[in-house]
Design a protein around this ligand. Sequence first.
Ligand SMILES: Nc1ncnc2c1ncn2[C@@H]1O[C@H](COP(=O)(O)OP(=O)(O)OP(=O)(O)O)[C@@H](O)[C@H]1O
Length: 478
Amino acid sequence: MGMNDAEVREHSFQLKEHEWEEIFNSCFDGIWVADGEGKTILVNEAYERLSGVKAKNVLGRSAQELIEAGVLSHSAIPGVIETQKPVTIINKMGGKQLLVTGVPVFDENHKLSRVVCNVRDITQLTELQKEIEKKSELINHYEMEIKKLQEQLQTLDNAPVTRSQAMVHLFETAKRVASTHSTVLILGESGVGKEVLANWIHRMSPRSSQPYIKVNCSVLPENLIESELFGYEKGAFTGAQSSKAGLFEAADKGTIFLDEIGELPLNMQAKLLRVLQEKEIQRIGARQTIHVDVRVIAATNRSLEKMVAEGLFREDLYYRLHVVPFTIPPLRERKEDIPLLISQFLNEFGRIYNREVEMSPVVFDKFMNYHWPGNVRELKNMIERLVVITTKKEITLEDLPEFLRMSPASPDSLWETPSLTTAVKHYEKQLIIKTLEKCRSIRQASQLLKVDHSTLVRKIRHLEIDYKSILGKRFFRK
Ligand SMILES: Nc1ncnc2c1ncn2[C@@H]1O[C@H](COP(=O)(O)OP(=O)(O)OP(=O)(O)O)[C@@H](O)[C@H]1O
């Protein structure tokens, strides 16, 4: 059985005075004892060590007095006397951070008789805390980095968004081709995703960690194409003050994507053929050739076959590029992809513009039935525009631009019955689009439709028909 309180007290009293003193002085924490008025009665050796203040300089003096004399900057004692409750403060002394807790001791009349302060060095603790804070910041930073890398890995693994049989098959074939060195030619109307496929082939290829250089042949000025692609030697022409490597050299061991290859001038086509055949380039003004190991992916929305027939594209280059051709079908021929793309772009722009927007069934129906002459790019731009302009949670018919609002719904759509005027307008628009698709010019279309040229121009404007892209697309049709 243990002792009762009185026995405990009696037991402690057996300690001699010097033993109390030893215990007091061997405490690792500093101890400061003051009387009820705050006058210092005792300080132990640990306190002297921690604070650098000598006992003889503080004994008999009150905390307040010591603060005023500049011996202490703070003390817990005045707070304990005032509140008659324990008080904790942090004090900086002798280059250390000290955690001071003052506790009141009361006599049998409940009068404050002593204030006992415990002083602990928390310098190391604070440093450790700072260290932990720094480390957890670092962990946060690494976690974000890992998340970013995971997202990047996901896009590397994921094939571009598609569901249609034709496209799934196309991407599967492209994945197999990616592992070879073959030159790839990607055909398809503007905006179908030729660049998306080219990117994917590079990412899926053993060259994915090597350079990937994209060149849009239609935007390079004709007089700069050669120097851009093949580079030049110092003094090759006025202004060539130093030698410069071209894009083919920059793409060495990697992939070069030549977009809009149909726009490459004939003399450059000859040089490109040489790279494909000999795997070497010659900088302008150089005598030597340089070996390059570059995989070429070319793309165009023009019919190269037709251009060859018209003498605008070299036949030998055409066959050299045509080793593995991919033709991406227009969006109107793979409508199964539309729902997937809608949801992908609603999410993507929802994230960018911080909006959660849905699409009403009527609008969805319009999207499914529209012929999307600008293909995925047009659909993507349309969704971005709608996400930006709509103020509601749902994109509704009123948000659509007129040409889309007026486009026909699916024949079995139950969402709405168009008025006769709307239906006639739809029919008129479709008829004009179909006719333009067969023609070289508006004039030719007006002859087929048996209306004046000016009447047709007016209708095209009124019905917001994008005649330029419709007439332009003729290039692609064989
Ligand atoms: N399958 C797809 N999944 C997701 N986004 C796509 C897909 N196909 C195309 N896009 C998007 O549509 C837009 C047009 O695609 P891309 O630039 O690849 O078309 P393109 O055929 O190369 O066009 P152009 O002939 O005008 O150069 C891009 O913003 C692209 O991200």
